[in-house]
Design a binder for this molecule. Structure first.
Ligand code: PLP
Length: 425
């Protein structure tokens, strides 16, 4: 970045500062990861100069011969990776992707089932402060208080009672596998569309470490920057099928794929970000390699090792374990709040995010839980042993949260651990 260094030293210096933070810190935020340099080079390319509203061969601007080829490669690789019938690779990020789906298949006021935010769902799954909750009639299901797991009999009960237009399965803070087949059976029973939001677990699915909803679900959205390890963006996959839609007061048979494409453009967005599309193509190419399957399995092994070590030290983990890359820890089991834990860990260079726990007795701004994940540390080569070490360090940090001397020593341990697993340097 020699040009940037010369032209704008202020921004250059801050990027270097952030690079150091990432290099010498332990990243446990469950939604974060480190992309390859190849992905970043594609994102930092001349493709950012182009406008290409429309789709391959049908653009509203000239000069898109190259862009068409890049988008075609992204689509082909994505289809190979997930085995989907159709994919739109233009969504700018996860929330706009979900908005485009709702726009494509729902009318304002239509009823949708989604997982409640403080039980592990996402804002865009019907939270009242989000456009999804404002425009559509979301009915929320929860996890069971005893087991911390989604009770599928309860989901069926709600579906039979509410008769939703669509059932949405997906989460941002839930550590168990979803029963895709059962969701689909329930949806069929009430004649609802099925939508999965696999933003958090797309990399685990692409790496064949957990089951995919693609064979069962009508629509599958995902961000590309979490476990999938691509650029900050999203995609929408769907089945090649006809659905019923009200068009000018008449119920018509329309193609789901065409509706999704229209939902993205011109429904929601203008020009796609072609430099990011290129980055997605590169990331899909990386995820198609056999090494990515090893990576996906290692993420889960590392999370299970870390969770095991935390539970041995008396930390309460929601649902008492994990099937994926994350856990939510009830920090009140150690007499600290999620925020206090987050702040203490930040002091020694461990990034986490405070989180509500199901039926949280504390306020959303100051919740009881802490969410951690292993996608990023697994990228830099941490193994199960390192993950156990991280759990031990977390425990000592929280125990010594008011002892600055002890925290300083722990900070050095973390720098050493990071130096043993270099990231970009
Ligand atoms: C992260 C996430 C999103 C939103 O992604 P953004 O790119 O931040 O808009 C949507 N759904 C789920 C389930 C997520 O975890």
């Amino acid at each position: 970045m020699m040009t940037l260094k010369q032209e704008d030293p202020a921004i250059y210096d801050l990027i270097q500062e952030e690079a150091d933070r990432q290099e010498y810190g332990i990243e446990l935020i469950a939604s974060e990861n480190y992309t390859s340099k190849a992905v970043m080079e594609a994102m930092g390319s001349v493709l950012t100069n182009k406008y290409s509203e429309g789709y391959i061969g049908k653009r509203y601007y000239g000069g898109n011969q190259v862009i068409d080829k890049i988008e075609a490669i992204a689509i082909e690789r994505c289809k190979q990776l997930f085995g989907c019938d159709h994919v739109n690779v233009q969504p700018l990020s996860g929330s706009p992707a979900n908005a485009a789906v709702y726009f494509a298949v729902l009318k304002p006021g239509d009823k949708v089932l989604g997982l409640k935010l403080d039980h592990g769902g996402h804002l865009s799954h019907g939270h009242p402060v989000n456009f999804s909750g404002m425009l559509y009639n979301f009915v929320q299901y929860e996890v069971d208080k005893e087991t911390g797991r989604i009770d599928m009999d309860k989901v069926r009960e709600i579906a039979l009672r509410e008769k939703p237009k669509m059932i949405l399965a997906g989460f941002s803070a839930y550590s168990r596998n979803l029963d895709w087949k059962r969701f689909k059976e329930i949806a069929d029973e009430v004649g609802a569309l099925t939508m999965a939001d696999i933003s958090h677990i797309a990399g685990l699915i692409a790496g064949k470490a957990i089951e995919s909803p693609v064979p069962y679900f009508d629509i599958v959205t995902t961000t590309t920057h979490k476990t999938l390890r691509g650029p900050r963006s999203a995609i929408i996959m769907c089945k090649d099928k006809m659905i019923q839609k009200m068009v000018k007061g008449e119920l018509k048979e329309v193609s789901l794929a065409k509706e999704i494409d229209k939902g993205v453009f011109p429904g929601m967005q203008g020009g796609p970000h072609d430099h990011i599309t290129a980055g997605k193509a590169v990331a899909f190419g990386e995820a198609l390699k056999p090494e990515f399957q090893t990576y996906a399995k290692n993420i889960i092994k590392n999370m299970q090792a870390m969770a095991d070590e935390l539970m041995k030290r008396g930390y309460k983990i929601i649902s008492d374990g994990t099937d994926n890359h994350l856990v939510v820890i009830d920090m009140t089991s150690k007499n600290v709040s999620g925020k206090e834990a987050e702040v203490a860990l930040e002091k020694v260079g461990i990034s986490t995010s405070r989180s509500t726990i199901p039926f949280d007795p504390r306020k959303p701004m100051d919740p009881s839980g802490l969410r951690v994940g292993t996608a990023a540390i697994t990228t830099r080569g941490f193994d199960e042993n390192d993950s156990r070490k991280v759990a031990d360090i977390m425990d000592r940090t929280i125990q010594n949260k008011d002892n600055d001397e002890a925290l300083k020593a722990i900070r050095q341990e973390i720098v050493d651990l990071c130096k043993a697993h270099p990231l970009y340097k």
